[in-house]
Design a protein around this ligand. Sequence first.
Ligand code: ARG
Length: 459
Amino acid sequence: SANTMWGGRFAAGPDAIMEAINASISFDQRLASQDIAGSRAHASMLAATGIISDKDAEAIKEGLLTVLSEIEAGEFPFSAVLEDIHMNVEARLKDLVGEPAGRLHTARSRNDQVAVDFRLWVRDQCDAADSALLALQKALLGQAEAGADWVMPGFTHLQTAQPVTWGHHMLAYVEMLDRDRSRFADARRRMNTSPLGAAALAGTSFPIDRDMTAKALGFERPMSNSLDAVSDRDFALEYLAAASICAMHLSRLAEELVIWSSAQFRFVKMSDKWSTGSSIMPQKRNPDAAELIRAKIGRIFGANVALMTVMKGLPLTYSKDMQEDKEQVFDAADNLMLALAAMAGMVADMSANRESLKAAAASGFSTATDLADWLVRELGLPFRDAHHVTGSLVALAESNGADLPDLTLSDMQSVHAGITEAVFEVLGVENSVASRTSFGGTAPANVRQQVSAWKERLA
Ligand code: ARG
């Protein structure tokens, strides 16, 4: 039989396959509370403007609360025949309150209804991402504070570059995550306008008050163009773009944790809570959570590309293609939140191995730049010459199977006669990092300053 919501002109119901491809209730039931909030605001407005009676509006609003409690209790009989969350809620409302239910959809369409529901949902996700990012920042800050002056190798090309401090490395991620937070905040601010009242696409002849519904739902103002209001999904894309960049940061950190927890590095030990064993190799402690974070990021990038692709060919205004926005965003949001929570847990519980960090920092000729700088500062060599002399010293040390501090003074003087005993002071990794006091540099003094500034900001 034909659909009770729109079946007036139809003699027969849809084919089973048509129903399967068309129905969205299996996933858009996640919009239930937003749908009901939007409908309650709409009903209040219809009464305030005299479009429906106060009595009908009260019956509708009460009935909607009952529907919500049924959904929350898991007692709601979702039906695929009723396609989506909007018609499921309205049909149940009709069972509960009768005739007034049929007046709720006055001056409204599912097109503005779904646009408002989804905006409210994505807006909440921006807030959720912000809280989860803050928690991860705090975990990183805890690590930074504990190891503000612990020396570790800094890498470029994953080759030993110069010694840095553990605290400085942790704070690099705190900075990145802070920009992620501001991207979600920007997206949230831009999406915070209400499509409700755009109706199907052209607006309505009823004397509605769009400011009233916008305000009731926490939007800054109603959207100014009804065509734009029902057909735009750039708010969801901005969320996915911010989520993708954030996910990329998480993936880089996850990659570092995988490398650092290996037997070859031993920079960190993951806690038992965040490690798994092997069923055959008894020695194993695998960083599965970090690996899964690194992998799940693909779903978030995928959602971003998928929705861009859905939207790119659509003529204005609404097309059913747009129903495909939700599963992508839901999956991306679920996995982003899971990745953020897992990363915060791993970071908070891991222990850095101060000795391994330091030993690694001292290998690989990591203070070669300090030596070149010393030749410039103390002997007045041009930097390019100093670079060349240092390169020869590195080659000499390497051929002895040693590192720079292991060379004797006469080894040094065989390459450049002006070198004195004082050079050995700059070859130690602690001195190296302590000297990097330029703004934003890795010196422990800088790191301590940054730690206390971040503590204040994140409090
Ligand atoms: N389930 C639809 C969606 O998610 C709701 C809007 C339907 N509008 C329509 N004209 N069929 O996009």
